[in-house]
Design a protein around this ligand. Structure first.
Ligand SMILES: NC(=O)c1ccc[n+]([C@@H]2O[C@H](COP(=O)([O-])OP(=O)(O)OC[C@H]3O[C@@H](n4cnc5c(N)ncnc54)[C@H](O)[C@@H]3O)[C@@H](O)[C@H]2O)c1
Ligand SMILES: [Zn+2]
Length: 385
């Protein structure tokens, strides 16, 4: 037998920026970020739902690009976003057709402005058109600015499974423009904060303490506090991806997926009625209480986490947790098997051993978990009463 192994190393630069009014004429952040070669083009995709909130956005983009030497605005395409855009490949195909129509090449840019779902679809088109063109993301929701938009995953749903088709690709840049944050529906604005709580719990106790101390201002969506939470969370997520040793998730350990095994299943069980943020909020509550019940995390710390979630007016429990299969087992537990399949190895669920530190667990005691679900149910119902 003959042959040889080659190590191929490719390095990526992950550019994360924060600004306000990226397309204002006097804001040179974006123009300073782009490399232009005299014939570079930009094709901008905007989520249709933003039109009513930002009626002048397209005009501002046209004016902004008319002033960048060496770069031409090829077009602005408005397409539908939100979870429906990921349910099949129609939006993806429209984006691909636009990339082809405008002759976007590997020295040009696809730019995308929208919520996490829209970023996922257009990101997938950018990652696959010409086998990958440069992508600049402008996330417009709390969740996409503080988590998904600074990530390296793109995709759409298929076969009833979330993000079944997709590609890992490092975007050319991510521009978090705080101006977008303040028009979101109130619940969307708040729910995305759970990803900041999540990353604080697995990475940074001081950040958790800060979130806890500012929880009322956060619930009231006070702009400077919301923006600081978003920025700190985004940097934590990006740092983990860049320096955590597994950017394309080949291993089974996924600290950024804390609380997510139940969350993904709950989204599916509710046919996506429950948003990602709300589902993660339930998942984080469950896994935190679980860690305390199995003796990993002090109960007082679990209580602090539950209080923060409650104070943000986010759910600790959802009725879909009650759904059971023919054998009486909670259907959410199938999420564990699906999580294992998704990881492609042994089951690995991150649990907390202290605020700011996680530990990988390889099994879940369903009986203890049952108790947690029951306890959170009574707590949620008594709060609602
Ligand atoms: N790629 C990843 O790593 C990753 C990680 C986590 C979540 N996600 C995905 O992100 C999606 C959820 O993203 P999301 O929470 O941003 O929700 P979303 O994209 O579904 O947007 C929520 C709603 O807000 C509207 N909207 C968006 N920005 C707005 C603004 N500035 N003003 C007014 N309305 C606005 C949208 O039209 C939509 O109706 C899910 O599909 C989830 O799977 C992806
Ligand atoms: Zn998430």
């Amino acid at each position: 037998m003959t042959g040889e192994d080659f190590d191929i190393q490719v390095s990526f630069r992950h550019r994360i920026r924060f600004t306000r009014g990226a397309f204002s004429p006097d804001n040179d952040l974006l123009s300073g970020l782009l490399e232009t070669r005299g014939h570079s083009k930009a094709l901008v995709f905007i989520e249709e739902g933003l039109r009513e909130f930002f009626p002048n956005l397209e005009g501002s983009i046209q004016d902004y690009f008319s002033d960048i030497p060496g770069l031409r605005l090829a077009g602005v395409e408005w397409l539908p976003g939100a979870e429906a855009a990921k349910k099949d490949d129609r939006v993806y195909q429209s984006a691909m057709a636009a990339i082809e129509h405008h002759h976007i090449d590997r020295h040009s840019y696809v730019m995308v402005i929208g919520g996490g779902a829209f970023l996922d679809v257009i990101g997938y088109a950018a990652a696959t058109g010409h086998r990958g063109v440069r992508l600049v993301r402008f996330p417009t929701t709390t969740l996409s600015q503080d988590d998904s938009g600074v990530g390296v995953k793109n995709g759409i749903n298929a076969f009833g499974k979330k993000n079944f088709i997709g590609a890992f690709a490092v975007p050319y840049a991510v521009v978090n423009d705080f101006l977008f944050l303040h028009t979101q529906p109130e619940l969307t604005r708040r729910a995305g904060l759970i990803e900041a709580v999540k990353v604080a719990l697995v990475k940074d106790e001081a950040f958790f303490n800060w979130l806890e101390a500012n929880v009322i201002a956060l619930r009231n969506l006070e702009e400077p506090v919301l923006e600081e939470a978003v920025q700190r969370s985004a940097i934590h997520h990006a740092r983990h991806i860049a320096l955590g040793g597994d950017p394309f998730e080949l291993g089974s350990s996924r600290p950024l997926d804390y609380g997510h095994w139940a969350a993904h299943k709950l989204e599916q069980l509710t046919d996506f009625e429950l948003s990602h943020g709300e589902a993660v909020s339930v998942g984080v509550a469950l896994d935190s209480l679980y860690a305390a019940k199995v003796g990993l995390l002090p109960m007082a710390d679990a209580e602090r986490i539950l209080k923060v979630i409650e104070s943000l007016d986010l759910p600790l429990w959802h009725e879909a947790l009650e759904l059971r299969d023919g054998s009486g087992r909670r259907r959410v537990f199938n999420g564990l098997e699906e999580f294992r399949e998704h990881l492609g190895g042994e089951l690995t669920v991150l649990l907390l051993k202290s605020l700011g530190t996680g530990i990988d667990a390889h099994e879940i005691d369903e009986a203890v978990w049952e108790q947690c679900a029951e306890e959170l149910k009574s707590r949620a119902l008594s709060l609602a009463a």
